[in-house]
Ligand binder design. Structure first.
Ligand code: ATP
Ligand code: MG
Length: 450
């Protein structure tokens, strides 16, 4: 067997090779040698542990091909057999290295029920937290000589910035997450002497980047969140403690429908100045249309709802599974909701115009009492909306649009605000007539002085 594994690991790569933590992330600046280390680590593990099952994922197939399939085919030629349909390298000792991708939210389900002792997320910040969590469930084994592990490579920015930063940089753990399971190895381009020598222009390119991108890509600074779509969103200004909504305010709902993807329903109220407050959220997954409708009705209680705007694709999608709870096969999902007394209106789905509308509502406008307040706020109980709004990223292909991703709650908000008029930037203060006797014409020389 001949292996073309040339090159010596640099000290950081060596640390990455030696880490046996449950989750090891190697990240920060561009060009430090992260992808090289990931490929090597996977091949070394496959060779060391006969019969090992490894899965190496990248967000999209073209990136996967470029980043790993082509280099691995070159490096493992003669040492492992490659099946291009399954994208699997099989080693003579029975180890199998599968290469996969997770482009759309549904792609993740192709790994459902599978078992891999080792899982790698290449450019982990390109994966949403939900995708990462789902993939983690495939990282398990029944063998005793190996504890399952996940490896991540990452640069700051993108849809997964927040969860990578939380776990590996800020080390803020939720219940069930053990701090000792998470190891972070910082990457710097200066670690990669080979690249610095062979391509000194690359360092110059990184140095010439605009401030924020340079801090992210050259310094590996995780506090810069380049590409964030709604920079104006702030918890301080936009999130409020729940309060009693005056009964006269008009209420409406909006819904981003999903079955495998999450389904998000939001409840909103409009005050006398045209300000919108989102006061309730329902965020569920794999719930049938009739069940969602029942839950929406239950939560709404006897509140009077003027209308409900919903994803236009609900008037096309059909499915036997979704009709299991009533209705006829072939009916649209909107019809299934109607059976439960929940009548929907198709939302305006113009993406760029819709995100602009959200931006207008995030802006502050004068209040009647002379202060300033955003045109949209939400209750602190709408946790998914609060989490997802600041995570929306600019779409790299269309700089005006937000990238598809973990955005079901923001989509529902976009539908809601598109059903409302533009948020006026003019002061909404109504000029009330104040009676001031001294301002009357008579005051200057009329009967008051007499
Ligand atoms: N130890 C090494 N020996 C030989 N070549 C290496 C080594 N480490 C990295 N390289 C080479 O350096 C270049 C950059 O490495 P790599 O692509 O792994 O960096 P990266 O950190 O993944 O970059 P990016 O952030 O852009 O994804 C590649 O050509 C890679 O083959
Ligand atoms: Mg890389």
């Amino acid at each position: 067997m001949e292996l073309k594994l040339l090159g010596e690991p640099n000290p950081r790569q060596r640390e990455f090779f030696l880490s046996r933590a449950r989750h090891t992330a190697y990240g920060g600046a561009r060009g430090g040698g992260k992808s090289w280390a990931m490929r090597r680590k996977f091949v070394l593990l496959a060779l060391n542990y006969p019969g090992l099952r490894l899965l190496l994922l990248r967000r999209t197939l073209p990136e996967l091909r470029e980043n790993h399939i082509v280099p691995l085919q070159r490096e493992l030629f003669g040492a492992a057999k490659y099946n291009s349909t399954e994208r699997v390298f099989t080693f003579p000792n029975g180890s199998r290295l599968r290469l996969g991708y997770c482009d759309t939210a549904q792609d993740v389900y192709q790994y459902q029920g599978q078992e891999y002792e080792v899982v790698g997320l290449e450019e982990a910040t390109h994966f949403t937290e939900e995708q990462m969590q789902f993939i983690t469930t495939c990282n398990r084994t029944s063998r005793r000589d190996f504890t399952p592990r996940m490896y991540y490579t990452c640069n700051p920015g993108n849809v997964g910035h927040a969860w990578v930063k939380r776990l590996f940089i800020d080390r803020e753990f939720h219940s069930g997450e053990r701090p000792e399971d998470y190891v972070f190895i910082p990457a710097r381009i200066y670690d990669n002497k080979i690249l610095l020598e062979s391509d000194p222009g690359y360092l110059r390119q990184l140095m010439a980047l605009p401030e924020e991108l340079r801090r992210a890509h050259l310094d590996g600074d995780w506090d810069v969140h380049s590409g964030q779509y709604f920079r104006e969103f702030s918890r301080e200004k936009h999130v409020v403690q729940p309060f009693e909504i005056p009964p006269w305010q008009r209420r409406f709902r909006s819904m981003d429908w999903g079955y495998n993807d999450p389904c998000c329903v939001l409840w909103h109220a409009v005050d006398g100045e045209g300000r919108v407050v989102t006061y309730r959220e329902l965020y569920v997954r794999q719930m049938r249309a009739d069940q969602v409708a029942a839950e929406v009705n239950r939560l709404t209680g006897n509140e009077k709802i003027a209308y409900t705007v919903a994803s236009p694709d609900m008037w096309q999608k059909r499915g036997a599974l979704l009709t299991a709870g009533g209705g006829f096969e072939g009916e649209t999902i909107a019809e299934l909701f109607a059976h439960k007394g929940l009548y929907l209106t198709p939302a305006d789905n113009s993406r760029v115009a819709g995100w602009n509308r959200v931006r207008e509502y995030l802006a502050e406008a004068p209040t009647e009492d002379g202060g300033k307040r955003p045109m949209w706020q939400c209750f602190s109980t709408c946790t998914n909306l609060i989490r997802q709004l600041p995570l929306l990223q600019f779409d790299e292909r269309d700089r005006e649009d937000a990238a598809d991703g973990n955005d079901h709650a923001p989509e529902a908000l976009r539908y809601a605000l598109m059903s409302r008029p533009h948020a006026s930037r003019e002061p909404i203060v109504k000029k009330q007539k104040v009676y001031d006797p001294l301002s009357l014409p008579e005051a200057s020389g009329g009967w008051l002085k007499a």
